[in-house]
Design a protein around this ligand. Structure first.
Ligand code: HSE
Length: 436
Protein backbone atom coordinates (compact mmCIF):
# COMPACT_ATOMS: atom_id res chain seq x y z
CA UNK A 1 0.00 0.00 0.00
CA UNK A 2 1.22 3.53 -0.77
CA UNK A 3 2.37 5.56 2.20
CA UNK A 4 -0.01 8.16 3.57
CA UNK A 5 1.21 11.69 2.87
CA UNK A 6 0.84 14.30 5.54
CA UNK A 7 1.23 18.06 5.34
CA UNK A 8 2.60 20.13 8.21
CA UNK A 9 1.45 23.67 8.87
CA UNK A 10 4.42 25.03 10.81
CA UNK A 11 7.93 23.67 11.21
CA UNK A 12 8.75 25.29 14.55
CA UNK A 13 9.34 23.48 17.85
CA UNK A 14 6.49 20.95 17.54
CA UNK A 15 6.55 20.78 13.73
CA UNK A 16 10.27 19.99 13.82
CA UNK A 17 9.71 17.40 16.56
CA UNK A 18 6.92 15.77 14.55
CA UNK A 19 9.03 15.50 11.39
CA UNK A 20 11.95 14.12 13.41
CA UNK A 21 9.90 11.47 15.25
CA UNK A 22 8.12 10.36 12.07
CA UNK A 23 11.47 9.98 10.33
CA UNK A 24 13.37 8.32 13.19
CA UNK A 25 10.63 5.81 14.03
CA UNK A 26 9.30 5.35 10.50
CA UNK A 27 9.63 1.58 10.55
CA UNK A 28 7.95 1.01 13.91
CA UNK A 29 5.23 3.51 13.02
CA UNK A 30 4.50 1.75 9.71
CA UNK A 31 4.28 -1.60 11.54
CA UNK A 32 1.73 -0.08 13.90
CA UNK A 33 -0.28 1.90 11.35
CA UNK A 34 -0.26 -0.77 8.65
CA UNK A 35 1.14 1.76 6.15
CA UNK A 36 4.06 4.10 5.87
CA UNK A 37 3.52 7.73 6.84
CA UNK A 38 5.62 10.44 5.25
CA UNK A 39 5.84 14.17 5.73
CA UNK A 40 5.47 15.30 2.14
CA UNK A 41 4.73 19.01 2.31
CA UNK A 42 5.27 21.72 4.90
CA UNK A 43 4.36 25.36 5.25
CA UNK A 44 7.00 27.48 6.92
CA UNK A 45 8.42 30.96 6.67
CA UNK A 46 11.88 29.48 7.25
CA UNK A 47 12.60 27.23 4.24
CA UNK A 48 16.05 26.36 5.63
CA UNK A 49 14.30 24.33 8.38
CA UNK A 50 13.83 21.39 5.98
CA UNK A 51 17.59 21.10 5.50
CA UNK A 52 18.19 21.57 9.22
CA UNK A 53 15.81 18.72 10.01
CA UNK A 54 17.53 16.44 7.49
CA UNK A 55 14.52 16.40 5.13
CA UNK A 56 15.96 17.60 1.78
CA UNK A 57 13.05 16.08 -0.21
CA UNK A 58 10.36 17.83 1.79
CA UNK A 59 8.28 20.15 -0.39
CA UNK A 60 8.16 23.59 1.21
CA UNK A 61 5.83 26.55 0.77
CA UNK A 62 5.37 29.84 2.55
CA UNK A 63 1.62 29.71 1.87
CA UNK A 64 -0.17 27.38 4.29
CA UNK A 65 -3.28 27.14 2.08
CA UNK A 66 -1.09 25.44 -0.58
CA UNK A 67 -0.72 22.48 1.78
CA UNK A 68 -4.38 22.42 2.75
CA UNK A 69 -5.46 22.47 -0.91
CA UNK A 70 -2.89 19.93 -2.14
CA UNK A 71 -4.66 16.82 -3.50
CA UNK A 72 -1.81 14.49 -2.46
CA UNK A 73 -2.14 15.34 1.22
CA UNK A 74 -4.52 13.15 3.26
CA UNK A 75 -3.83 14.48 6.73
CA UNK A 76 -3.15 18.13 7.60
CA UNK A 77 -1.24 18.71 10.84
CA UNK A 78 -1.87 22.22 12.14
CA UNK A 79 0.99 23.44 14.35
CA UNK A 80 0.78 27.17 13.75
CA UNK A 81 -1.20 27.93 16.92
CA UNK A 82 -3.48 30.91 17.58
CA UNK A 83 -6.97 31.49 16.24
CA UNK A 84 -6.41 32.90 12.78
CA UNK A 85 -5.46 31.74 10.19
CA UNK A 86 -5.43 28.37 12.03
CA UNK A 87 -9.24 28.23 12.08
CA UNK A 88 -9.61 29.08 8.39
CA UNK A 89 -6.93 26.53 7.47
CA UNK A 90 -8.55 23.76 9.53
CA UNK A 91 -12.02 24.50 8.14
CA UNK A 92 -10.63 24.54 4.59
CA UNK A 93 -8.87 21.21 5.16
CA UNK A 94 -12.16 19.73 6.43
CA UNK A 95 -13.98 21.21 3.43
CA UNK A 96 -11.42 19.47 1.19
CA UNK A 97 -12.21 16.14 2.91
CA UNK A 98 -8.88 15.95 4.72
CA UNK A 99 -8.39 14.71 8.26
CA UNK A 100 -6.78 17.13 10.68
CA UNK A 101 -4.43 16.79 13.63
CA UNK A 102 -3.87 19.85 15.76
CA UNK A 103 -1.97 20.77 18.92
CA UNK A 104 -3.90 24.03 19.12
CA UNK A 105 -5.74 24.15 22.45
CA UNK A 106 -6.90 27.74 21.97
CA UNK A 107 -8.48 26.85 18.63
CA UNK A 108 -10.21 23.72 19.95
CA UNK A 109 -11.38 25.36 23.19
CA UNK A 110 -12.82 28.42 21.45
CA UNK A 111 -13.93 27.10 18.04
CA UNK A 112 -14.06 23.34 18.66
CA UNK A 113 -17.87 23.05 18.72
CA UNK A 114 -18.05 24.58 15.22
CA UNK A 115 -15.03 22.65 13.90
CA UNK A 116 -16.29 19.27 15.14
CA UNK A 117 -19.78 19.89 13.73
CA UNK A 118 -18.29 20.60 10.30
CA UNK A 119 -15.94 17.60 10.54
CA UNK A 120 -18.90 15.39 11.46
CA UNK A 121 -20.82 16.58 8.38
CA UNK A 122 -17.84 15.89 6.14
CA UNK A 123 -17.01 12.51 7.75
CA UNK A 124 -13.45 13.50 8.71
CA UNK A 125 -11.54 13.30 11.95
CA UNK A 126 -10.09 16.27 13.84
CA UNK A 127 -7.66 14.85 16.41
CA UNK A 128 -6.22 16.97 19.21
CA UNK A 129 -4.37 14.80 21.74
CA UNK A 130 -1.40 17.19 21.75
CA UNK A 131 -3.65 20.11 22.72
CA UNK A 132 -3.80 19.02 26.37
CA UNK A 133 -0.86 18.08 28.59
CA UNK A 134 1.65 17.64 25.74
CA UNK A 135 2.80 14.03 25.52
CA UNK A 136 0.39 12.59 28.11
CA UNK A 137 -2.35 10.61 26.30
CA UNK A 138 -5.06 12.07 28.54
CA UNK A 139 -7.61 12.61 25.77
CA UNK A 140 -7.36 8.96 24.78
CA UNK A 141 -7.51 7.85 28.42
CA UNK A 142 -10.66 9.85 29.13
CA UNK A 143 -12.36 9.19 25.82
CA UNK A 144 -11.57 5.49 25.51
CA UNK A 145 -9.77 3.93 28.48
CA UNK A 146 -12.21 5.34 31.04
CA UNK A 147 -15.32 5.10 28.85
CA UNK A 148 -17.06 2.77 31.34
CA UNK A 149 -16.93 5.35 34.12
CA UNK A 150 -19.04 8.19 35.30
CA UNK A 151 -16.27 10.72 35.83
CA UNK A 152 -16.72 12.47 39.19
CA UNK A 153 -13.90 15.00 38.95
CA UNK A 154 -10.49 15.64 37.49
CA UNK A 155 -7.68 17.93 38.55
CA UNK A 156 -4.66 18.69 36.42
CA UNK A 157 -1.38 20.54 36.32
CA UNK A 158 -1.81 21.39 32.66
CA UNK A 159 0.50 24.31 32.05
CA UNK A 160 4.16 23.35 32.06
CA UNK A 161 5.43 26.93 32.09
CA UNK A 162 3.41 27.78 35.20
CA UNK A 163 4.55 24.64 36.97
CA UNK A 164 8.16 25.34 36.02
CA UNK A 165 7.90 28.86 37.47
CA UNK A 166 6.31 27.72 40.75
CA UNK A 167 8.86 24.92 41.15
CA UNK A 168 11.88 27.17 40.56
CA UNK A 169 10.47 29.81 42.95
CA UNK A 170 10.05 27.18 45.67
CA UNK A 171 13.27 25.22 45.17
CA UNK A 172 15.72 27.94 44.18
CA UNK A 173 14.04 31.12 45.36
CA UNK A 174 14.27 32.48 41.82
CA UNK A 175 12.33 35.53 40.71
CA UNK A 176 9.17 35.06 38.64
CA UNK A 177 10.33 37.00 35.54
CA UNK A 178 13.69 35.29 35.43
CA UNK A 179 12.11 31.81 35.32
CA UNK A 180 9.53 32.90 32.75
CA UNK A 181 12.32 34.11 30.49
CA UNK A 182 14.00 30.71 30.72
CA UNK A 183 10.70 28.93 29.90
CA UNK A 184 10.44 31.13 26.79
CA UNK A 185 13.99 30.26 25.73
CA UNK A 186 13.25 26.55 26.22
CA UNK A 187 10.23 26.83 23.91
CA UNK A 188 7.66 25.97 26.62
CA UNK A 189 5.88 29.31 26.90
CA UNK A 190 3.10 30.54 24.64
CA UNK A 191 3.78 33.26 22.08
CA UNK A 192 1.92 35.55 24.50
CA UNK A 193 3.21 34.43 27.91
CA UNK A 194 0.23 35.98 29.73
CA UNK A 195 -1.63 32.91 28.40
CA UNK A 196 0.63 30.83 30.66
CA UNK A 197 0.89 33.03 33.74
CA UNK A 198 -2.71 34.29 33.80
CA UNK A 199 -4.20 30.80 33.41
CA UNK A 200 -5.70 31.24 29.93
CA UNK A 201 -3.78 28.31 28.43
CA UNK A 202 -4.83 26.08 31.34
CA UNK A 203 -8.44 27.25 30.94
CA UNK A 204 -8.37 26.24 27.27
CA UNK A 205 -7.09 22.80 28.21
CA UNK A 206 -9.44 22.34 31.15
CA UNK A 207 -12.51 23.19 29.09
CA UNK A 208 -11.49 20.45 26.64
CA UNK A 209 -11.00 17.90 29.43
CA UNK A 210 -14.26 18.89 31.11
CA UNK A 211 -16.20 18.54 27.91
CA UNK A 212 -14.82 15.07 27.27
CA UNK A 213 -15.24 13.97 30.89
CA UNK A 214 -18.86 15.07 31.30
CA UNK A 215 -20.31 15.09 27.79
CA UNK A 216 -20.98 18.83 27.59
CA UNK A 217 -20.15 21.28 24.77
CA UNK A 218 -16.89 23.24 25.01
CA UNK A 219 -17.49 26.31 27.18
CA UNK A 220 -14.15 27.94 27.83
CA UNK A 221 -15.82 31.32 28.37
CA UNK A 222 -17.49 29.98 31.52
CA UNK A 223 -14.24 28.72 33.07
CA UNK A 224 -13.18 30.61 36.20
CA UNK A 225 -9.60 31.64 35.37
CA UNK A 226 -6.93 32.86 37.76
CA UNK A 227 -3.18 32.70 37.08
CA UNK A 228 -0.06 32.52 39.20
CA UNK A 229 1.19 36.07 38.75
CA UNK A 230 0.19 37.15 42.30
CA UNK A 231 1.89 34.22 44.06
CA UNK A 232 4.85 35.48 46.08
CA UNK A 233 7.88 33.63 47.37
CA UNK A 234 6.46 34.12 50.89
CA UNK A 235 3.28 32.26 49.93
CA UNK A 236 5.33 29.38 48.58
CA UNK A 237 7.32 29.25 51.85
CA UNK A 238 4.31 29.57 54.17
CA UNK A 239 2.39 26.93 52.22
CA UNK A 240 5.35 24.61 52.67
CA UNK A 241 5.47 25.30 56.44
CA UNK A 242 1.80 24.33 56.61
CA UNK A 243 2.47 21.06 54.73
CA UNK A 244 1.32 22.10 51.26
CA UNK A 245 2.71 22.74 47.80
CA UNK A 246 1.17 25.42 45.60
CA UNK A 247 0.23 24.15 42.15
CA UNK A 248 -1.66 25.82 39.35
CA UNK A 249 -4.58 23.42 38.93
CA UNK A 250 -7.42 23.03 36.50
CA UNK A 251 -10.35 21.41 38.30
CA UNK A 252 -13.55 20.07 36.74
CA UNK A 253 -16.07 18.48 39.06
CA UNK A 254 -19.58 17.12 38.73
CA UNK A 255 -21.87 18.45 41.49
CA UNK A 256 -25.64 18.42 42.03
CA UNK A 257 -25.85 22.02 40.80
CA UNK A 258 -23.80 21.45 37.65
CA UNK A 259 -20.17 21.30 36.59
CA UNK A 260 -17.40 23.20 38.36
CA UNK A 261 -14.83 24.36 35.80
CA UNK A 262 -12.08 26.38 37.42
CA UNK A 263 -8.39 27.18 37.02
CA UNK A 264 -6.47 28.76 39.88
CA UNK A 265 -3.44 28.39 42.16
CA UNK A 266 -4.25 25.63 44.63
CA UNK A 267 -2.57 24.38 47.78
CA UNK A 268 -2.36 20.58 47.83
CA UNK A 269 -1.09 18.47 50.75
CA UNK A 270 2.53 17.51 50.03
CA UNK A 271 1.60 13.88 50.63
CA UNK A 272 -0.42 13.72 47.38
CA UNK A 273 1.50 12.41 44.37
CA UNK A 274 0.28 15.26 42.19
CA UNK A 275 1.71 17.81 44.66
CA UNK A 276 5.15 16.46 43.74
CA UNK A 277 4.87 17.00 40.00
CA UNK A 278 7.60 19.51 39.34
CA UNK A 279 9.24 21.56 36.62
CA UNK A 280 7.65 21.52 33.19
CA UNK A 281 5.95 18.19 33.90
CA UNK A 282 2.16 17.93 33.77
CA UNK A 283 -0.18 15.52 35.51
CA UNK A 284 -3.90 14.88 35.49
CA UNK A 285 -5.69 13.08 38.32
CA UNK A 286 -9.03 11.59 37.31
CA UNK A 287 -11.63 10.14 39.64
CA UNK A 288 -14.05 7.74 37.95
CA UNK A 289 -16.86 5.96 39.81
CA UNK A 290 -15.67 2.50 38.76
CA UNK A 291 -11.91 2.87 38.55
CA UNK A 292 -11.36 5.27 41.47
CA UNK A 293 -8.32 7.55 41.20
CA UNK A 294 -5.99 7.33 38.20
CA UNK A 295 -3.03 9.62 37.65
CA UNK A 296 -1.42 10.48 34.30
CA UNK A 297 2.02 12.08 34.35
CA UNK A 298 4.48 13.27 31.72
CA UNK A 299 6.04 16.15 29.84
CA UNK A 300 3.47 18.85 29.14
CA UNK A 301 5.45 20.80 26.56
CA UNK A 302 8.49 20.55 24.33
CA UNK A 303 9.23 19.38 20.82
CA UNK A 304 9.28 15.58 20.94
CA UNK A 305 6.88 15.07 23.89
CA UNK A 306 4.24 17.07 22.00
CA UNK A 307 5.21 15.33 18.74
CA UNK A 308 4.58 12.01 20.50
CA UNK A 309 0.90 12.97 20.84
CA UNK A 310 0.69 14.46 17.34
CA UNK A 311 2.15 11.34 15.71
CA UNK A 312 -0.10 9.04 17.77
CA UNK A 313 -3.09 10.96 16.39
CA UNK A 314 -1.75 10.61 12.86
CA UNK A 315 -1.39 6.84 13.38
CA UNK A 316 -4.94 6.61 14.77
CA UNK A 317 -6.25 8.40 11.68
CA UNK A 318 -4.30 6.18 9.30
CA UNK A 319 -5.77 3.11 11.02
CA UNK A 320 -9.27 4.61 10.72
CA UNK A 321 -8.99 5.72 7.07
CA UNK A 322 -11.17 2.87 5.84
CA UNK A 323 -13.66 2.90 8.73
CA UNK A 324 -17.23 4.10 8.61
CA UNK A 325 -17.33 7.71 9.99
CA UNK A 326 -20.41 6.86 12.09
CA UNK A 327 -18.48 4.23 14.01
CA UNK A 328 -15.46 6.27 15.02
CA UNK A 329 -14.71 7.54 18.52
CA UNK A 330 -16.72 10.79 18.82
CA UNK A 331 -14.63 13.97 18.95
CA UNK A 332 -15.88 14.90 22.43
CA UNK A 333 -16.17 11.29 23.65
CA UNK A 334 -19.99 11.33 23.72
CA UNK A 335 -22.13 11.04 20.59
CA UNK A 336 -22.63 14.61 19.25
CA UNK A 337 -26.41 14.49 19.78
CA UNK A 338 -25.92 13.21 23.35
CA UNK A 339 -24.09 16.25 24.73
CA UNK A 340 -26.06 17.74 27.64
CA UNK A 341 -26.72 21.32 28.72
CA UNK A 342 -25.67 20.71 32.35
CA UNK A 343 -24.78 24.21 33.59
CA UNK A 344 -21.30 25.34 34.61
CA UNK A 345 -21.75 26.47 38.21
CA UNK A 346 -20.92 30.01 39.31
CA UNK A 347 -17.76 30.37 41.35
CA UNK A 348 -19.62 31.94 44.31
CA UNK A 349 -21.40 28.68 44.99
CA UNK A 350 -18.39 26.35 45.12
CA UNK A 351 -16.83 25.13 48.37
CA UNK A 352 -13.13 24.93 49.18
CA UNK A 353 -10.82 25.54 52.11
CA UNK A 354 -8.71 28.73 51.98
CA UNK A 355 -5.25 30.02 52.80
CA UNK A 356 -5.34 33.72 53.69
CA UNK A 357 -2.32 35.98 54.10
CA UNK A 358 -2.80 39.52 55.39
CA UNK A 359 -0.60 42.26 56.80
CA UNK A 360 -1.82 43.73 60.09
CA UNK A 361 -0.80 46.31 62.63
CA UNK A 362 1.10 44.43 65.35
CA UNK A 363 -0.94 45.14 68.50
CA UNK A 364 -3.34 43.43 70.87
CA UNK A 365 -6.84 42.59 69.67
CA UNK A 366 -6.11 42.56 65.91
CA UNK A 367 -6.45 38.82 65.59
CA UNK A 368 -9.70 38.92 67.56
CA UNK A 369 -11.16 41.41 65.05
CA UNK A 370 -10.21 39.18 62.13
CA UNK A 371 -11.44 35.95 63.68
CA UNK A 372 -14.72 37.57 64.72
CA UNK A 373 -15.53 38.38 61.08
CA UNK A 374 -14.73 34.81 60.08
CA UNK A 375 -16.64 33.37 63.06
CA UNK A 376 -19.73 35.47 62.29
CA UNK A 377 -19.85 33.72 58.92
CA UNK A 378 -19.23 30.27 60.44
CA UNK A 379 -15.79 30.12 58.79
CA UNK A 380 -13.71 27.89 60.99
CA UNK A 381 -9.90 28.17 61.24
CA UNK A 382 -7.76 25.08 60.88
CA UNK A 383 -4.25 26.51 61.27
CA UNK A 384 -2.59 29.82 62.01
CA UNK A 385 0.93 31.32 61.68
CA UNK A 386 2.15 34.82 62.54
CA UNK A 387 5.34 36.24 61.00
CA UNK A 388 7.17 39.50 61.46
CA UNK A 389 7.93 41.02 58.05
CA UNK A 390 11.65 41.85 57.79
CA UNK A 391 10.98 45.24 56.21
CA UNK A 392 8.43 46.49 58.80
CA UNK A 393 8.72 45.36 62.43
CA UNK A 394 5.57 47.24 63.48
CA UNK A 395 3.48 44.98 61.29
CA UNK A 396 2.64 41.29 61.40
CA UNK A 397 1.84 38.89 58.59
CA UNK A 398 -1.08 36.71 59.61
CA UNK A 399 -1.50 33.45 57.74
CA UNK A 400 -4.71 31.48 58.23
CA UNK A 401 -5.91 28.17 56.90
CA UNK A 402 -9.69 27.70 57.02
CA UNK A 403 -11.90 24.65 56.83
CA UNK A 404 -14.09 24.26 53.76
CA UNK A 405 -16.32 27.25 53.18
CA UNK A 406 -18.63 28.62 50.52
CA UNK A 407 -16.69 30.91 48.14
CA UNK A 408 -19.35 33.63 48.29
CA UNK A 409 -19.14 33.73 52.11
CA UNK A 410 -15.34 33.87 51.95
CA UNK A 411 -15.41 36.75 49.46
CA UNK A 412 -17.73 38.72 51.74
CA UNK A 413 -15.51 38.01 54.78
CA UNK A 414 -12.35 39.06 52.89
CA UNK A 415 -13.99 42.37 51.94
CA UNK A 416 -14.92 43.04 55.55
CA UNK A 417 -11.45 42.16 56.85
CA UNK A 418 -9.76 44.33 54.21
CA UNK A 419 -11.92 47.25 55.40
CA UNK A 420 -10.55 47.01 58.96
CA UNK A 421 -8.24 49.89 59.93
CA UNK A 422 -5.71 47.42 61.32
CA UNK A 423 -5.26 45.63 57.98
CA UNK A 424 -3.10 47.12 55.23
CA UNK A 425 -3.34 46.24 51.55
CA UNK A 426 -5.14 43.34 49.95
CA UNK A 427 -5.56 39.89 51.43
CA UNK A 428 -3.86 37.14 49.44
CA UNK A 429 -6.05 34.06 49.21
CA UNK A 430 -5.29 30.65 47.75
CA UNK A 431 -7.83 27.84 47.55
CA UNK A 432 -6.88 24.58 49.26
CA UNK A 433 -7.95 21.18 47.93
CA UNK A 434 -7.34 17.82 49.58
CA UNK A 435 -8.03 15.89 46.33
CA UNK A 436 -9.22 12.90 48.32
N1 HSE B 1 2.69 26.90 27.04
C1 HSE B 1 2.23 25.57 27.22
C2 HSE B 1 2.74 25.07 28.56
C3 HSE B 1 2.75 24.69 26.10
O1 HSE B 1 3.63 25.68 29.12
O2 HSE B 1 2.21 24.08 29.05
C4 HSE B 1 2.08 23.36 26.03
O3 HSE B 1 0.72 23.45 25.78
Amino acid sequence: MNPVKIGLLGLGTVGGGTATVLKRNAEEIARRAGRGIIVDYAATLEPARAEELGLPDLRITEEAFDVVNDPDISIVVELIGGYSPAKELVLQAIENGKHVVTANKALIAVHGNEIFARAQEKGVIVAFEAAVAGGIPIIKALREGLAANKIEWLAGIINGTGNFILTEMRDKGRAFDDVLKEAQELGYAEADPTFDVEGIDAAHKLSILSSIAFGIPLQVEKTYTEGISKISREDVTYASELGYNIKHLGIARRTEEGIEQRVHPTMIPKTRLIANVNGVMNAVLVNGDAVGHTLYYGAGAGDEPTASAVVADVIDIVRALTTDPENRVPHLAFQPDELTDTPIVLMDSIETAFYLRMRAVNHAGVLAEVTKILGDRSISIEAFIQKEPTEDVDKADIILLTHRVNEGDMNAAIKEIEALDVITGEIMRIRVESLK
